[in-house]
Design a protein around this ligand. Structure first.
Ligand SMILES: Cc1ncc(COP(=O)(O)O)c(C=O)c1O
Length: 382
């Protein structure tokens, strides 16, 4: 063997052991999650990530709690599990008896229930508005959930999707020809919703941020996340400011700022949809829910975000940080930047990233694709 090929062989050996060493030494032995017995045990303990682009542009430290990392793809897994466990404790749900869980939901919660019902021995029956995005419908179908589509309507309408779910559960409960029971999950009014976030989401954020948070920013759909987290934060710190991020067309912003549930579209009568006049899914409402009320006293401020700002922010985060988020996460990110503009430099701001952009490809992300991928943060906020 020539001296040259000996040198080459040596270089190969050293090189490959370096690669092996790098892989082995970077393997997070102590943090490797233990094996779990089913999908329910995979819920929670979601990652926290710094959003580098927003942090560097604003001089604040902006972090996202990646709830999309739950096995069903959103924060709603926590709520669905909490609700099911409650029904099991009181004997209303028994695995293998043919019990059916009914819920009225425009998507995420239904997917979490569909997943968990399959894993835990129940059937999920989901009532939803007939304009729900295709990818959510397809996911529900893939899980094999029973799907009931209804026309978008006001909550006072008996055929509104939440009321349709309540009616279905009652019918099965009262049906004497079967041993199967029907339960109505009722995520808007169910106490086990905010309690799931009080017990786990809030404490996880607190630990992940090493007990150092200045602002917590999220939207409100049922109100469970903001109520549960903010109530927990009040037990550990009086410095954290909780800020509601609200989409256009929602009355929550005025409720937090001025104590009145009102949006100008109500006066003008120009709504595109019955509930809230926005393309954002999952947040924004024009009524006060039980879950929101449980934490309302802990909410300090509100920021309003337009659909256009949210669409542009989604594109910005994807292009600059590789973060592919859904519409409500994008609203939260815009609100965080607005807060950072007046906050003390270096302030720590945490947002909830409730779900991924994959849930929103056919609606919200269709608009986001039209945005120039080199858009600046100033243009996002314009
Ligand atoms: C995508 C998405 N983001 C945010 C929320 C709001 O969470 P909460 O219901 O806890 O207020 C929801 C609620 O359904 C949602 O589906």
């Amino acid at each position: 063997m020539s001296a040259r090929s000996v040198l080459y062989a040596l270089a190969l050996i050293v090189g490959s052991s370096y690669v092996t060493y790098t892989i082995v030494s970077s393997y997070p032995e102590n943090n490797t999650p233990k094996k779990k017995k089913n999908v329910a045990d995979l819920i929670g303990n979601t990652p926290m990530v710094r959003i580098a682009s927003l942090s560097e542009h604003t001089g604040c430290e902006i972090y996202a709690k990646l709830e999309m990392a739950n096995p069903g793809g959103s924060a709603k897994d926590r709520v669905a599990l909490s609700v099911i466990r409650h029904f099991e404790r009181i004997g209303e749900l028994v695995p293998g008896r043919g019990d059916v869980l009914f819920e009225g939901t425009s998507g995420s919660t239904g997917i979490s229930f569909a997943m968990l019902c399959n894993a835990l021995g129940y059937t999920a029956h989901i009532c939803l508005p007939d304009d729900t995005s295709n990818e959510k419908l397809q996911l529900l179908e893939s899980y094999g959930a029973e799907i009931e589509k209804v026309k978008p309507a006001s909550i006072v309408d008996p055929n509104q999707y939440v009321n349709a779910a309540r009616k279905g559960a009652l019918q099965l409960k009262n049906d004497k020809t079967t041993a199967s029971n029907g339960v109505f999950a009722d995520q808007f009014e169910n106490d086990n919703n905010w309690r799931a976030h009080y017990a786990a989401t809030g404490p996880e954020i607190w630990e992940q941020m090493s007990h150092d948070i200045d602002y917590f920013v999220t939207g409100s759909g049922t109100g469970g996340t903001i109520a549960g987290c903010s109530r927990f934060f009040r037990t550990v710190s009086n410095k954290i400011r909780v800020v509601l991020a609200d989409p256009q067309g929602s009355g929550m912003y005025n409720r937090v700022k001025y104590g009145v549930m009102y949006d100008s579209v109500e006066k003008e009568g120009t709504r595109r949809r019955h509930q809230v006049d926005t393309i954002i899914e999952g947040i924004g409402l024009n009524r006060v829910t039980h879950n929101f009320l449980q934490g309302e006293h802990c909410i300090d401020d509100a920021v309003r975000v337009t659909d256009e700002q949210a669409v542009r922010m989604a594109r910005f985060l994807s292009s600059n940080d590789g973060l592919f988020v859904g519409s409500s996460s994008s609203i939260n990110a815009v609100a965080a930047v607005k807060i950072a503009k007046t906050a003390k430099k270096g302030s720590k701001i945490v947002i909830i990233a409730c779900d991924s952009g994959t849930r929103h490809l056919s609606k919200f992300w269709k608009h986001a694709l039209d945005v120039n991928r080199n858009i600046t943060l100033e243009e996002v906020l314009h």
